[in-house]
Design a protein around this ligand. Structure first.
Ligand code: 5GP
Ligand code: ZN
Length: 121
């Protein structure tokens, strides 16, 4: 586990390979993997390898990292089976804090898509 990880964080453990996941993508800064309880036919999570607890913790120093996640999401969505815009598409969600529905406190971007109906949402 890297020096920027939280040893108690489940997503840091997934990034480090200490908890298995179905990987979608990895580079030096980012990791993406399928959600264990998918809401939609395609549902994966994109995380920075750096432990950032939530969107509420984001500052100017994270602009490039978040930009990279957002710029990569459409490509990964298509690769994972989302259908093309405008008839297909995808949904991007970032739950933040208790009232925002956040359960895992390592910043993650949900990417969901595929044919309706979805299990949720
Ligand atoms: P949140 O509610 O924090 O936005 O979403 C956390 C997401 O992480 C949930 O959709 C949940 O299914 C997913 N999740 C929680 N634990 C694990 C895990 O161990 N592996 C994977 N692949 N997904 C997980
Ligand atoms: Zn973490």
């Amino acid at each position: 586990m890297s020096a920027h990880a939280d040893p108690h964080c489940i997503f840091c453990k997934i990034v480090a390979g200490q908890i298995p996941s179905r990987k979608v993508y990895e580079d030096d800064e980012l990791f993406a993997f399928h959600d264990i309880h998918p809401w939609a036919p395609v549902h994966f999570l994109m995380v920075p390898k750096l432990h950032v607890a939530s969107m509420a913790h984001v500052g100017p120093e994270h602009e490039a990292l978040l930009g990279r996640i957002m710029a990569l999401a459409p490509k990964l969505a298509l690769e994972q089976g989302c259908q093309p815009y405008p008839d297909g598409g995808f949904r991007i969600v970032v739950n933040t804090g208790a009232q925002g529905g956040q359960e895992v406190h390592h910043l993650h971007v949900h990417v969901m898509g595929g044919p309706r109906p979805w299990a949720r949402g």
